[in-house]
Design a protein around this ligand. Structure first.
Ligand code: C2E
Ligand code: MG
Ligand code: MG
Ligand code: MG
Length: 282
């Protein structure tokens, strides 16, 4: 019972909490000049066409190496950057850098960029996208913006208006981490998105987990009716890739195809991975 909670566990809780607050504060302070000091960099994780097994593009994932804190994982600093509003500046940098790298790549291919709900609510996402496209000359049809269901939580009409404008420019919208939020399947039809990314939570326990498989099948069949492509993330085994392809997922992403890589490593992977196989040459 809560009332009889021993005092020391309360203090343990308090000190753990304040440690976490201090942790977040030091991250926030350190993050302040991370962009200006060039501590952020991007890695690229391949996205593969499950039918042809060719790499068709990449998702850009932000990385932060601080001189004292060392390597800080995005799940530790993205939420701090969101709460402090710094994600707006970071997100603008990520967009520009991602488009620049994609435009430089001779192989072509798509680039998917994560954009936070905070950028939609308080930033100028459309302005940032237009700036990145104009500055780099990247063909808009090669860019995907990854959003999560959280962008629809507040100012829904405004968000939908922005998404419509993004799509008008020829840029794609992918709904990331699908299945972990609150929206119902029928709600999907109202959202201006071209791709659904099934969250890795549903892929992780395949092939054993029948419930995950049932959810994936439902998402695929609905997406087909709504003319949306389905991406599966977190694919780690050949068997998962086969299952998801058979279920009707178009695109796959995960350690099986490649971990997030520095730009140079990614370019190298792209060339070797997509080189014609012996059997294609016949
Ligand atoms: P996300 O957008 O869903 O990205 C996928 C995450 O899953 C990445 O973690 C990736 O490394 C990881 N992953 C990919 N394949 C596998 C796999 O086969 N197995 C497992 N276990 N994991 C896999 P990462 O890079 O740590 O990023 C975590 C989250 O941080 C991202 O989730 C995204 O929400 C956020 N994030 C990363 N970069 C950015 C960014 O530039 N802007 C914003 N707003 N958020 C970002
Ligand atoms: Mg993503
Ligand atoms: Mg995801
Ligand atoms: Mg995620």
């Amino acid at each position: 019972e809560a009332k009889s909670m021993p005092g020391n566990s309360y203090f343990a809780y308090r000190s753990e909490l304040s440690e976490r607050v201090r942790d977040r504060q030091s991250i926030e302070v350190a993050l302040l000049d991370a962009v200006a000091n060039g501590q952020l960099f991007l890695q690229y994780q391949p996205q593969v066409d499950l039918a042809t097994n060719k790499i068709i593009g990449a998702e850009s994932l932000v990385r932060w190496r601080h001189p004292e804190l060392g390597f800080v994982r995005p799940d530790r600093f993205i939420s701090v950057a969101e709460d402090s509003g710094m994600i707006i500046e970071i997100g603008r940098w990520v967009l520009l850098q991602s488009c620049m790298d994609a435009a430089k790549s001779s192989a072509g291919g798509r680039i998917a960029v994560n954009v936070s709900a905070v950028q939609f609510e308080y930033g100028d996402v459309l302005g940032d996208i237009d700036y990145a496209l104009k500055e780099t000359g990247l063909d808009p049809s090669r860019l995907d913006i990854e959003i999560t269901e959280s962008v629809f939580v507040s100012k829904q009409d405004k968000t939908i208006g922005i998404l419509d404008s993004i799509i008008e420019r020829g840029v794609g919208i992918a709904l990331d981490d699908f299945g972990t939020g609150y929206s119902s399947l029928s709600y999907l039809s109202k959202l201006p998105v071209n791709k659904i990314k099934i969250d890795q939570a549903f892929v992780r326990n395949l092939p054993e987990d029948q419930q995950s498989m049932a959810i994936i099948n439902a998402v695929v069949s609905l997406s087909k009716h709504m003319d949306k492509k389905v991406v599966a993330e977190g694919i780690e085994t050949e068997e998962q890739a086969r299952l998801l392809h058979r279920a009707g997922c178009h695109i796959g992403q995960g350690y099986l195809f490649g971990r997030p890589l520095d730009r140079k490593e990614f370019c190298y992977l792209l060339t070797s991975y997509n080189a014609p196989q012996q059997k294609d040459a016949v």
